[in-house]
Design a protein around this ligand. Structure first.
Ligand code: CTP
Ligand code: MG
Length: 233
């Protein structure tokens, strides 16, 4: 089952608070350990089913991305945008220009956060298979915590956990549907944190089983957790 992947990696990592974008942080102090971006890109570049890896980068850090990903097969760097949504849209347009015209409709594309470097490969398989079966899917996991609506620091009401899923990436779509959904969202001023929310305005997006190890490295404490998760994965 062939596919391409778009990896939004153009964020600054403000919540990480490091001097450099978080995707360049190493997963260990051991010399030779990969950076977050190297680890994430490698998951796809080494997958024989994956045809192209489009990495959306911050223009100011392009040289560093080039260094980090030098020699990695299938990689194409494209400039990202102000928000994650902008970056993915740039990636989609770049991918469209790389895929021959009649194949747009039948091209499976995954979108995966650069910051999720501990992604197990069986989740990739489930997402790709899910696209070929259902057309649009996202990895997701159930939420173990109790959930409440809180305003002004006060618990107002509880949320039925039975209907709540934590949405992960990869998310998978047909390329032309993802493109149209992004263009429509852009035209309407619809803003979302992920692509399933954007595509779900136009068609059903199904959930496939994600993985609790597939964390998004966001805060400083997540780095140590990621080292552990990647080891287990
Ligand atoms: N991303 C992107 N372009 C942006 C913003 C984010 O490609 N303008 C990417 C990030 O690089 C990351 C993914 O989207 O791989 C998920 O975003 P997030 O975890 O929020 O990363 P950052 O935006 O870098 O972090 P922060 O929000 O803490 O600044
Ligand atoms: Mg962000």
């Amino acid at each position: 089952m062939r596919y391409s992947v778009i990896i939004p990696a153009a964020g600054s990592g403000s919540r990480m608070g490091a001097a450099i974008p978080k995707v360049f942080l190493r997963l260990s102090t051991v010399v030779g350990e990969p950076s977050i971006i190297q680890k994430t890109v490698e998951i796809f570049a080494l997958d024989p089913e994956c045809e192209r890896v489009v990495v959306c980068v911050n223009r100011e850090w392009r040289a560093r991305f080039n260094d980090e990903l030098q020699g990695v097969p299938k990689v194409v760097l494209v400039d990202g945008g102000e928000t994650r949504q902008d970056s993915v849209r740039c990636g989609v347009e770049a991918l469209i220009s790389l895929v021959a015209e009649p194949l747009h409709a039948k091209s499976c594309v995954l979108v995966h956060d650069a910051a999720r470097c501990c992604l197990p490969t069986d989740v990739v398989r489930r997402v790709v298979d899910g696209v070929y079966e259902h057309g649009a899917v996202t990895a997701a996991v159930t939420v173990p915590d109790a959930l409440s609506i809180v305003t002004d620091g006060v618990v107002r009401s509880s949320v039925d956990r039975g209907n709540v899923w934590a949405i992960q990436t990869p998310q998978g779509f047909w390329l032309d549907e993802l493109r149209l959904a992004h263009l429509a969202a852009n035209a309407d001023g619809f803003v979302a944190l992920d692509d399933a929310s954007i595509v779900a305005r136009a068609r059903e997006v199904r959930v496939v089983e994600g993985d609790r190890r597939n964390i998004k490295v966001t805060h400083p404490q997540d780095l140590a957790v990621a080292v552990q998760m990647c080891r287990e994965g």
